[in-house]
Design a protein around this ligand. Structure first.
Ligand code: ZN
Length: 491
């Protein structure tokens, strides 16, 4: 009995062993496709696995709405499914077929993402701007760049899905670049586009400055590299851009003798490189044309802004296409933001009258500098206009103040004393009696009397042939410089 039990036990072990080796043998023979992977290629999803010599072929299935459908059978160890649409996730299974039978399935899945099309690569102000078509399923884009002559692509930027353009600001002047990109959706990636766009970067004109001069409106810029020609364009007010001139690459100056006086003349320049590639236009710069041969004067208003007086004066300026200079008090600026914006829009000049209306002769050097810089930063932020001029409160300045400030100080040669008498007819007669070419007239945009006087003397002065210009325009048109640390009473 005991022996029989031992024998049975032996049989059990033996059969277990046999069973195991048979199943191990079968598993080895009918090996599933190993290392199955899938990824995007240009025209579909490619499946790849390791070839097993004893397999006769492989059968590939794809899941279509919960049902597995046979796609293809092949002796090769790869297959590309070209029946795919952008953004869709596909599930596949593959099994190997042997003489002895079929293996189990191996599974893989991938989302098809087609490579985005680069639409354009163009020269822009700061580099080459690459634009591509928007991909509906992208969560990000990866942009690559290659210099002409380079073998390898370099990744330059990963961009979020809302972006469809990028400006490569690291492009060097005269160098040709190629661009390509892929779209990414989570863990899935499209291929990089093979049909790439190329562009040779041509830098735009740097530092264009435009101002009135006794000869006409003078344009100056920094000399560029490899320039064949500069092409200059102008528009008057909001009219159409017109080509004015094409200059040799050695030039850095142009005088527009056909500028329209009394109107806003805006200029922009584009470069044509020695390789004959056009740059983008530089940022446009505007100036009101002042006829240097006709009389002009500068109306100046201090101590503002204030809501009613400043706006009434601006209404008059707008009505007669005249311009004035406003020396603003920094602490008032934030209360009257819209006044500053209007002043800049109408071509008026904004100067500094300190932050707290501080008498500068009794202030320390650091207070002087702070009073001015605080005001100017605010003005520049709000109006976009750079402050060139300072007027000292009370006109009080001495050589210490002038050198601490470092700005041109603008005094006056006509004092209407409008703050004292606040009488409209006195302001009018003061202006009428002392108007002269190059005059700087002092007033204050705080008083209704000054605003109503302005309404009356502006048409009178225009009738008398005066151009009503800003202080800077007047000095520029007369060819006079405004130097830091100096005082000016008239032009
Ligand atoms: Zn003042």
């Amino acid at each position: 009995m005991k022996l029989k039990k031992q024998f049975l036990f032996f049989l059990t072990i033996l059969s277990a062993f046999l069973c195991f080796s048979v199943s191990a043998f079968a598993a080895d023979e009918l090996l599933k496709p190993e290392e199955l992977t899938s990824y995007n290629v240009e025209n579909g999803i490619k499946l790849k696995w390791k070839k097993n010599k004893s397999a006769e072929k492989y059968v590939i299935y794809r899941k279509n709405s919960k049902k597995w459908e046979k796609l293809f059978s092949t002796e090769k160890a790869y297959y590309t499914d070209k029946e795919v649409s952008d953004g869709k996730l596909y599930e596949y299974k593959v099994r190997a077929i042997y003489q002895e039978g079929k293996s189990d399935y191996c599974y893989t899945s991938y989302r098809f993402l087609k490579a985005p099309q680069v639409i354009s690569a163009v020269n822009s102000k700061n580099g080459i701007t690459v634009t591509w078509e928007e991909c509906d399923f992208a969560t990000s884009y990866r942009l690559l760049r290659k210099k002409q002559g380079d073998k390898k692509w370099k990744a330059i930027k990963v961009l979020s899905s809302e972006k469809t353009s990028y400006t490569d600001t690291k492009a060097e002047n005269g160098v040709k670049y190629f661009y390509t990109l892929r779209q990414i959706n989570g863990e899935y990636k499209s291929t990089y586009l093979t049909n790439t766009k190329a562009k040779t970067y041509t830098a735009t004109v740097d530092n264009l400055s435009v101002k009135n001069s006794p000869d006409g409106i003078t344009l100056r810029w920094k000399k560029g590299e490899d320039v064949k020609s500069y092409v200059i364009y102008r528009r008057v007010q909001s009219g159409k851009w017109k080509k004015l001139a094409s200059l040799k690459g050695s030039k850095t100056k142009y005088i527009d003798k056909t500028a329209v006086y009394g109107k806003k003349n805006t200029y922009k320049i584009r470069i044509v490189s020695l390789k004959k590639i056009s740059s983008d236009y530089c940022s446009s710069v505007s100036v009101y044309g002042v006829n240097p041969k006709k009389p002009m004067l500068a109306l100046t208003y201090d101590d503002g802004p204030s809501s009613s007086a400043t706006n009434s004066i601006l209404d008059t300026m707008k009505k007669y296409s005249a311009r004035a200079t406003f020396f603003v008090v920094g602490s008032r600026v934030e209360m009257y933001l819209s006044c500053l914006i209007r002043q800049a829009e109408l071509g008026c000049e904004i100067g500094c009258h300190t932050y707290n209306h501080t008498i500068l002769t009794s202030a320390s050097d650091s207070v002087i500098r702070n009073e001015i810089s605080k005001t100017n930063a605010l003005v520049e932020k709000i109006s976009g206009q750079k402050v060139r001029l300072v007027r000292a409160p009370g006109g009080s300045a001495n050589s210490r103040v002038l050198s601490a400030a470092g700005y041109p100080f603008i005094q006056w040669n006509v004092d209407t004393r409008d703050w004292e008498h606040r009488n409209s007819s006195k302001v009018i007669s003061s202006v009428k009696n002392s108007a002269s070419d190059g005059a700087i007239i002092l007033m204050h945009d705080l008083y209704p009397s000054t605003a109503s006087a302005t309404k009356s003397f502006v048409p009178y002065l225009i009738e008398k042939g005066y151009q009503l210009v800003t202080v800077s325009e007047m000095f520029d048109a007369k060819g006079l410089s405004l130097a830091g640390g100096r005082m000016y009473y008239r032009a």
